[in-house]
Design a protein around this ligand. Structure first.
Ligand code: TPP
Ligand code: SF4
Ligand code: MG
Length: 351
């Protein structure tokens, strides 16, 4: 239970990262989700990614909405900043926090109900503005917390646990993110840690709006035959475009790559994504091709996973607004109050 703290002691031989921290230092409270919930696997992947990258926990702000998925920040990074906001409002709270202090890593955690229904507008605007963040949707196709109603990402024709057939078309958040201009777009599966951990690491290193849609089966309400978000269905229909890993501090290598080889993509901050390309004709830098690839495979009933699109030239919201670099809480009176001469100049310019 959330109020039960995990014991502090751990095996003295646990591996340590560059900061001297173990996995335990990136954990949170004990999860209260249903045993086997895909969301818990995503929590484990976030912990591993932050451990691997030696992220300083106090440099992370985790922000969520409402839902089983939005509860998960309690279960990881217990020493980080956290804000559990209102249903569908994570993106605007995150945007505000980011504008006030760009020095933190912003980790937005949401659900398909949280982001594709009540928060759809918020989702859209945070991505199109290029807020520097990692935006994770833990996508189970249902409102898990409120007992399994179809969400807007449930596929048309899929069946609820009680046998009701969904008659509405699904929203594909990856397709929308591509169209809105997100500069890092990926999809993964909660049960594929090998793929998910490097995708999260890449998103943390990415200096712009990074969106990851993670199919995350709800074992209580959406893991039956007839569901297209169940463990069995996703395993059978998964079409991985690439395998990747993140390595920091290596020399860059060009993007043109032969099928079956390894490719390193350099990002603005100097970190590298190492991609193993499985598809001969797949290129992560081509937004239009990515959109068409998604649609083509969706028509075949296949779920494309992997790093689907990456814009290495992206600008974040601070660059487009030309904001001050220092966090607002570090600005002194001199910065905030330039004096009457400066004010007179501004007023004169407006006359
Ligand atoms: C303004 C508002 N409307 C409705 C609700 C009820 N509600 C709570 S969680 C939720 C949906 C959660 O679904 P999702 O975001 O997919 O999270 P999951 O539980 O599936 O992880 C709803 C409708 C609410 N808390 N607040
Ligand atoms: S109801 Fe579904 S989403 Fe919520 S904790 Fe249980 S399995 Fe996970
Ligand atoms: Mg959901």
């Amino acid at each position: 239970m959330t109020y039960l703290a995990k014991p502090k002691f751990h095996h003295p031989g646990l591996p340590k990262n560059a900061l001297g921290y173990t996995h335990r230092d990136y954990e949170g409270s004990i999860s209260t989700l249903c045993a086997g919930c895909g969301h818990d696997s995503i929590t484990a992947a976030i912990i591993e990614a932050c451990f691997d990258l030696s992220v300083e926990p106090h440099k992370v702000a985790k922000i969520s909405g409402i839902g089983c998925s939005s509860k998960t920040p309690t279960y990881f990074l217990g020493n980080s900043h956290g804000f559990n906001s209102v249903h569908g409002r994570m993106p605007s709270v995150l945007t505000g926090a980011n504008l006030a202090n760009r020095d933190l890593i912003y980790l937005g955690v949401s659900g398909d109900g949280d982001s594709a229904s009540i928060g759809f507008g918020q989702f859209a605007h945070a991505l199109r503005r290029g807020v520097n963040m990692v935006y994770i949707v833990e996508n189970n196709g249902v409102y898990g917390l409120t007992k399994g109603q179809f969400s807007a990402t449930a596929d048309r024709g899929s069946k609820s646990k009680r046998g009701v057939v969904n008659s509405d078309s699904a929203i594909d958040l990856v397709g929308i993110a591509l169209q809105l201009g997100a500069s890092y777009v990926a999809r993964s599966f909660s049960g594929d840690k090998d793929q998910l951990v490097p995708l999260i690491k890449g998103a943390i290193e990415h200096p712009g709006a990074a969106f990851i849609d993670v199919i995350s089966p709800c074992v209580a309400f959406n893991n039956h035959a007839g569901s297209t978000k169940s463990f069995d269905y996703v395993r059978e229909h998964n079409e991985a475009v690439n395998r990747l890993d993140v390595i920091t501090g290596r020399a860059p290598i060009k993007l043109d790559q032969a099928p079956g080889t390894v490719q390193v993509v350099e990002q603005h901050d100097g970190s590298r994504l190492v991609l193993r390309k499985l598809n001969a004709d797949y290129d992560v830098s081509d937004r239009l091709a990515a959109m068409s690839f998604l649609q083509t495979h969706a028509a075949k009933g296949q779920i494309v996973t992997g790093l689907i699109y990456l814009d290495r030239e992206c600008e974040d919201l601070h660059a487009s607004l030309n904001t001050v670099e220092a966090p607002l809480n570090e600005l002194g009176e001199k910065d905030l109050c330039p004096g009457s001469a400066a004010l007179d100049k501004i007023n004169a310019a407006l006359r």
